[in-house]
Design a protein around this ligand. Structure first.
Ligand code: 8IG
Length: 272
């Protein structure tokens, strides 16, 4: 079997080329990755010009998680300075699927290779900060990686001081001043945390915890894209309420917040 990830950038370039051929668009401007519960928020972007399965492009494994669609859509969104070409990933690959780190970041690399200067990463997460309520969107201001896995290799030392673009975070807050910011912890999963692990995370400065976003943010930033992350709190983290955690409440919270999230994303795309 040929390992297409033996040359990850070449794999992303191949997928970007396939995307150009399939959409007839020489480039896209912005990419959005829609996490669990965010798929219906994509409705706010209008009608896509194209939609296909991720598996129609080289390098994307078939999706395995309920609520992670495994679809790619291309949109032409009317903006004041012309058409904004948006690429939307409905679903993503996670580290806990056990396919390694390369497929996790293949989508954002493909997006950057097809011209995207901005990558908008969304996710559903657990709330560690007791002020954050279920159904509340939180802008990611920084992260802590507890997986020990980087999408980068080699002696290229990448600065992450402004990984989550301060410029775009300000744009979002101008749009909705009630939005809060938080520090997101990346946890491999597929187990949720123990209550003791949540207490540890709180002690080291975490507000949110989830199983995505961080590798994609790093990979996109390393390629020069501007990155923004928005988490939807869909459950209180383990041990905070006495309730057990389940995937169904995540999907329900996502559906309930979809309109607000969709409007937010749509406005943001116009302001970039
Ligand atoms: I949604 O409580 C969602 N994803 N690690 N912990 C972790 N990931 C999550 C959680 C959570 N909720």
């Amino acid at each position: 079997m040929i390992d297409i990830y033996s040359d990850p950038m070449g794999a992303a370039e191949s997928a970007a080329l396939a995307l150009k051929n399939m959409t007839g668009k020489l480039a896209h401007d912005v990419a959005l990755v829609m996490g669990s519960g965010w798929v219906s928020a994509a409705e706010a972007l209008g009608t896509p010009t194209h939609e296909f399965s991720v598996t129609d492009l080289p390098g994307f494994p078939a999706p395995t998680v309920a609520g992670h669609g495994g679809l790619i859509r291309s949109y032409d969104i009317a903006g004041s300075n012309g058409v904004i070409r948006a690429l939307v990933f409905l679903g993503r690959t996670h580290l806990y699927e056990g396919k390694g780190i390369e497929p996790v970041v293949h989508g954002v690399r493909t997006a950057v290779k097809t011209g995207c200067k901005t990558i908008i990463l969304t996710n559903a997460c657990g709330g560690i900060n007791a002020n954050f309520k279920v159904g509340q969107p939180v802008i990611i201001k920084d992260h802590i990686s507890l997986t020990g896995v980087s999408p980068l290799t080699g002696a290229t030392f990448v600065d992450l001081t402004d990984l989550y673009s301060a410029r775009i975070r300000k744009l979002i807050k101008n749009e909705d001043s009630t939005l809060e910011e938080g520090v997101y912890v990346h946890w491999r999963g597929p187990t949720y945390e123990t209550p003791a692990e949540i207490r540890m995370m709180r002690a080291i400065g975490a507000d949110l915890v989830g199983m995505s976003t961080v590798p994609e943010a790093i990979a996109a930033h390393a390629l020069g894209a501007e990155v923004v992350g928005i988490s939807l709190v869909t459950n209180a983290a383990a041990g905070m309420t006495g309730e057990k955690l389940n995937h169904e409440e995540v999907m329900a919270a996502g559906k309930a917040a979809a309109d607000r999230m969709g409007t937010l994303l749509s406005k943001l795309i116009h302001k970039l």
